[in-house]
Design a protein around this ligand. Sequence first.
Ligand code: ADP
Ligand code: VHF
Length: 365
Amino acid sequence: MVVKIGTSTLTRSTTGNLALSTIATLVEVLVNLRQQGHQVVLVSSGAVGVGCARLGLTERPRNIALKQAVAAVGQGRLMRVYDDLFTTLQQPIAQVLLTRRDLVHRNSYVNASNTFGQLLRLGVIPIVNENDTVAVDELKFGDNDTLSALVASLVEADWLFVLTDVDRLYSADPRSNPDAQPIALVQSMAQLTEFQVQTGDSRSGWGTGGMVTKIEAARIATASGVRTVITDGCFPANIEKIINGESIGTQFEPQPRPVNARKHWIANVLIPAGKLYLDAGAVNAIAQGGKSLLAAGISQIEGEFKAEDAVRLCDTEGKEIARGLVNYHSLELRQIQGSKSDKIAEILGYAGVETVVHRDNLVIV
Ligand SMILES: Nc1ncnc2c1ncn2[C@@H]1O[C@H](COP(=O)(O)OP(=O)(O)O)[C@@H](O)[C@H]1O
Ligand SMILES: N[C@@H](CCC(=O)OP(=O)(O)O)C(=O)O
């Protein structure tokens, strides 16, 4: 299982100091779970918050270089605290710092998966955070909710617990809407529209994504077959109760685990760099016929991308119907869009591949 703890739970909002009793209880619970035979990964935020407290900064820095420097200060201190507490209970831990770049390359994704597998077999609890100090804007998770969902998918977890400072998901932000209704179970992501869930952009003083990124995390994780729970981080002992069937927090039911791990990676891990609008015939061939995308079916192209980047495939109205790895650079694709495959060599001056997105690299969303 993967447990994600946010800055709002790890630190006291008034002083910025670590919430030691909460962290100690969490550590005890995770060690208990390990001893019961569960394999556990902890995704912990807090590097920036702890770094700020260490340096006497009273606000989360907006300047990127400052934030990256502060995270470097905080991450070390955070791990020191975790290591002290876990070591007291003879539990080995590991620090795993990831950037999105590490997951968008298939080789490093598979490598990361192998490393997690090895750590878990060794009985270690990996503690994961974004490698804030080197993350660049266009290739970062930005929030640890998304990171935790991608890690849960990577390790094929059964459970993802997103621990935060509210007890569950509500129909609206309970901070500003006292009448907001609690939601105990979400059977499919479509139900969120049915429940008319509003998330606003509210978050705790130190948190990053608010509820929006937690819902996105639930979407990614449940699509990977991971049961996801949003619950109050002040009571880590609830994790055991939830596993034993108690209805605490908000549970998101998982979809069947994807059979094709590579296609799941294309649909959920990669960040699409462009958008291809398809005519009705191409939409039908892809969605109903399971065919590859040919240049003839492309009516419009948005964005700049390289061959092998991920792109969104959309219908004439711009609604995404599929995602895939494109075989051509956007400049080349603009030259051949709408053309029959046997004209590609003549237009480009060399014989390119027949398909723009091969069906093996294409996922219906
Ligand atoms: N529909 C909603 N239900 C529950 N909480 C919500 C909702 N919309 C917004 N929120 C806000 O999301 C906040 C939690 O997000 P955040 O501050 O990023 O926490 P963390 O540091 O744990 O990641 C809550 O404090 C709450 O005010
Ligand atoms: N990597 C950042 C965490 C960013 C983040 O998502 O924070 P939070 O919303 O508190 O989970 C840090 O360690 O401070």
